[in-house]
Design a protein around this ligand. Structure first.
Ligand code: FES
Length: 108
């Protein structure tokens, strides 16, 4: 059994040269909101959910992006309500939020 049931990584990358990066699309706010919701719902910790920062995940064109493991489900989110849905459906109940899934072809 893995230490965490689910692990979500948020790209918070920013680029000095002004090129497109998740940090320009409120990634920090998404990360902060996810972290606080997971805590508030009592999902955080061993056997539960871990919310982590990540650098570039190389799928910048869909940014801001986050990925949930072990499911390897990639999301592109817009606002706090998207994050709420990911937390409630996927992180809590293991259901993929299809409307937010990043299409397979989206890369850098
Ligand atoms: S900058 Fe976020 S995936 Fe590359």
């Amino acid at each position: 059994m893995s230490y965490y049931e689910r692990h979500i990584f948020f790209c918070l990358n920013q680029r000095e040269n002004g090129e497109n990066a998740c940090a320009q699309h409120d990634a920090q706010a998404g990360f902060d909101h996810c972290k606080s919701r997971v805590k508030a719902l009592g999902l955080a910790g061993k056997g539960g959910v871990r919310v982590n920062k990540a650098g570039c995940l190389d799928r910048c064109a869909g940014g801001p992006v986050a990925v949930v493991y072990p499911d390897a489900t990639w999301y592109s989110y817009v606002d706090a309500s998207d994050i709420d849905e990911i937390v409630e459906k996927h992180l809590k109940h293991g259901e993929v939020v299809e409307r937010l899934v990043l299409p397979e072809h989206v890369g850098r």
